[in-house]
Design a protein around this ligand. Structure first.
Ligand SMILES: C[S@@+](CC[C@H](N)C(=O)[O-])C[C@H]1O[C@@H](n2cnc3c(N)ncnc32)[C@H](O)[C@@H]1O
Length: 317
């Protein structure tokens, strides 16, 4: 069975060995160039791996599936707390935003992109490209709202970078981790910004004290992911609160074609991790019923085992 294919996919010629995203992705977006959305002057060039490497990476991904993989859930709380604690202490000593990049992405050398594996010489490629595309969509949609919520904000480097660029918006960083909260307190002092941190449990959004103001938009980056098929409370919360825009940058199970070996390893990985599954189908049902409008749906890229950087932007109608 093929999965839903109603997304846009950035496709490149399979013979093309090198992609310079600064040029090629600008064309895809219909922009003369997207330089103004690039935060750091680092390379956005990807190189396709050769056939032998492709096969060995696919085999590696299959072997990974056969290994013991801990599924997400409440028990993951401590792992997040410890991880963000490590970032917090490094950040306190360096003051650098790169010290807030999650350790689990720092070792990513290979990327899933346009149905193949690619590599980059830029050690920060993943975050640099993700931020470029986030800036583009943020500017196009969310920036118009006065209040911006990052839900599941983690080590907070995304919300910090946005608040440094958009000084007229109010930013809120919501996460259940205490160290995530402390990172915001530290970053506010160091960068003279004023992000409001808030303890928030996505499993029980209606039981939190967080008050939504008029003119608010919300985004998630790899955090709904953690809810697996328990995303329904958050979806109801998005609908109930009449956000101007909701931007989800998440692994989307339904974007994979499970008949394609390259896709099926990633779809299986999502299942084993108990990551987001069913959310996009629910959005499509809401769209069909005329309850929401989906403005953007883009399958973009990911790391070795799966693709996190899919963009869905929608709103209630
Ligand atoms: C994969 S990380 C993503 C963090 C950040 N958005 C980023 O992209 O760097 C997932 C985040 O979701 C948070 N999280 C997981 N389950 C949560 C829950 N039930 N309520 C609130 N936050 C949760 C974790 O603490 C973690 O910060």
């Amino acid at each position: 069975m093929s999965q839903l294919t109603s997304y846009k996919h950035f496709k490149i010629d399979p013979q093309q060995q090198t992609i310079n995203l600064e040029i090629d992705f600008s064309k895809f977006l219909g922009l003369q160039n997207m330089t103004k959305f690039i935060l750091k002057p680092r390379s956005l060039v990807l190189k396709r791996v050769d056939k032998e490497k492709y096969q060995s990476l696919l085999n590696h991904a299959r072997k990974k599936l056969a290994s013991e993989i801990k599924p997400s859930g409440r028990e993951y709380y401590k792992k997040w707390e410890d991880g963000w604690g490590e970032n917090l202490s490094e950040f306190c000593s360096t003051g650098k935003i790169e010290s807030l990049y999650p350790y689990y992405i720092n070792n990513n050398k290979y990327f899933r992109f346009s149905n193949s594996y690619f590599t980059s010489e830029n050690i920060f490629f993943e975050v640099d490209f993700a931020k470029t595309v986030i800036n583009y969509f943020f500017d196009k949609y969310l920036a118009k709202s006065s209040n911006i919520l990052d839900v599941g904000s983690g080590s907070n480097h995304y919300v910090i970078d946005l608040s440094l660029q958009y000084q007229n918006n109010n930013f809120f960083a919501l996460d259940w981790s205490r160290n995530s909260y402390k990172i915001i307190e530290e970053a506010n002092k160091r960068f003279s910004i004023n992000i409001k941190p808030f303890h928030f449990d996505m499993f029980k959004p209606f039981e939190q004290n967080f008050k939504i103001r008029n003119s608010s938009s919300v985004y998630t980056i790899g955090s709904l992911e953690q809810l697996g098929s328990s995303y329904k409370n958050m979806l109801s919360w998005f609908l109930k609160n009449n956000f101007d825009w909701i931007m989800n940058i998440e692994p989307i199970y339904e974007f994979y074609d499970i008949n394609d070996p390259f896709d099926s390893v990633a779809a299986e990985y999502i299942k084993k991790r108990n990551w987001l599954k069913g959310y996009y189908s629910s959005l499509l049902n809401l769209e069909k019923a005329g309850d929401i409008e989906i403005l953007e749906r883009l399958r973009l890229f990911g790391s070795l085992y799966h693709e996190t950087y899919n963009f869905i932007i929608w709103r209630k109608v």
